[in-house]
Design a protein around this ligand. Structure first.
Ligand code: NAD
Ligand code: GLY
Length: 362
């Protein structure tokens, strides 16, 4: 087992990473001040893991309130959140009753927001079960639900007491979901960790085979990078926004095609290539840097050509981004491989040309 610490003073917490950790009661027990806890999950993850996990905790004397949500981003809403509160209240969960989020980013964001607000805050443990959740969403305390007018628009910063990433749970993940998680792994290399980018290039085949040692390293290194960013800028007043490389373009792709058509990670991969092309036009990256980025995404099974939505539609959709400040679009670009920065100082004609070229490079 490897452990990474998120250094947030008296709210610091461990991220435990390794194969088979879900079976280890001793890792959970110190974070369960009340013996009645709830496990929030969804129908898909419940059918694979809930029974065994609950039996293990019951064997250690813990009383479980299972809360099984419908699966899917379309359920990340107020109604589903309220169904968690219904279950907690009707089962008399108290202020010390820990919530364990067992699932991908959707379950983690919903259960995290429930933990932030139920009785003004109860202990939270994140057990991420997708690659995306293990390397990104379970770490750092962002919790949210969607509003009909925008994704992740209602939420809170609320840090868990522990994150437990059992890499063996990734074995059951569909290939497309696994690849989508790799987009966020590659992101860390691009924004802040050039040696990791090199490691990913050398090990992408092992990762695609879900080779345990490679997976454990990729999750650990990703979490180390994310933990460092979160410790430095918990509430995203600066550096944390760099984690959104490719996301402004990516969100426009997701929204433009209709949410759910492309997975988030797929849109981020193609969006990152657009950000890289804009960085090239700004004289920061070379054409071979951009090719190197695209090649790695392709090897991870991800798309690198953004769909052709039209420049105006792209710009309109990108204008809804949370990073827009005083009406000005800000983008994360690359200064070089391994170094990202945020800027609103880019040439709009370059941006239009990059967007106009979407799907024309294929
Ligand atoms: P997801 O939670 O929808 O999971 C993807 C699919 O995999 C689902 O069908 C799920 O049921 C299934 N699944 C989960 N674990 C499995 C397993 N071990 N085996 C088989 N199937 C499994 O999607 P995701 O990609 O994990 O998360 C996306 C969400 O995360 C979005 O809502 C996004 O907004 C959010 N997010 C949050 C943050 C954050 O910092 N809080 C960061 C990035 C993304
Ligand atoms: N996923 C971006 C962040 O946690 O800040």
């Amino acid at each position: 087992m490897r452990t990474v610490t998120v250094g947030l003073g008296d709210r610091a917490y461990p991220i435990h990473i390794g194969e088979g950790l879900l079976a280890r009661a001793e890792l959970f027990l110190p974070h369960l001040p009340h013996r009645r806890i709830s496990v929030v999950t969804n129908t898909t993850v419940a059918s694979l893991y809930l029974e065994k996990f609950s039996a293990m905790l019951r064997g250690a004397g813990v009383e479980i309130v299972p809360v099984v949500l419908p699966d899917g981003e379309e359920h990340k809403n107020w109604q589903t959140l309220n169904s968690i509160f219904d279950a907690l209240l009707s089962n008399r969960c108290e202020r010390k009753s820990t919530i364990i989020a067992l699932g991908g980013g959707v379950v983690g964001d919903l259960a995290g927001f429930a933990a932030a607000s139920y009785q003004r805050g109860v202990p939270l443990i994140q057990v991420p079960t997708t690659l995306l959740a293990q390397v990104d969403s379970s770490v750092g305390g962002k919790t949210a639900i969607n509003h009909p007018m925008g994704k992740n628009m209602i939420g809170a910063f609320y840090q868990p007491r522990m994150v437990l990433a059992d890499t063996a749970m990734l074995d059951t993940l569909p290939t497309r979901e696994f690849a989508a998680g790799l987009a966020e792994v590659i992101k860390y290399g691009l924004i802040m960790d050039l040696p990791f980018l090199g490691w990913l290039e050398a090990n992408m085949d092992n990762l695609n085979r879900r080779e345990p040692a490679a997976l454990a390293y990729a999750v650990t290194r990703s979490c180390e990078n994310k933990a460092a960013v979160v410790a430095a800028d918990e509430r995203e007043s600066g550096e944390r926004a760099l984690l959104n490389l490719g996301h402004t373009f990516g969100h426009a792709i997701e929204a433009g095609l209709g949410f759910g058509t492309w997975l988030h990670g797929e849109a981020v991969a193609a969006g990152t290539v657009l950000a890289a092309r804009l960085s090239e036009r700004a004289g920061l990256l070379t054409a071979s840097d951009v090719q190197r980025i695209a090649r790695l995404f392709v090897r991870a099974g991800l798309p690198v050509e953004a769909p052709s939505l039209g420049q105006d539609r792209y710009l309109e959709l990108m204008g809804h981004d949370k990073k827009v400040e005083n009406g000005r679009l800000r983008l994360v670009l690359l200064k070089s491989l391994g170094k990202a920065f945020m800027t609103s100082d880019f040439d709009l004609r370059d941006l239009r040309e990059v967007l106009g070229g979407a799907a024309a490079h294929a």
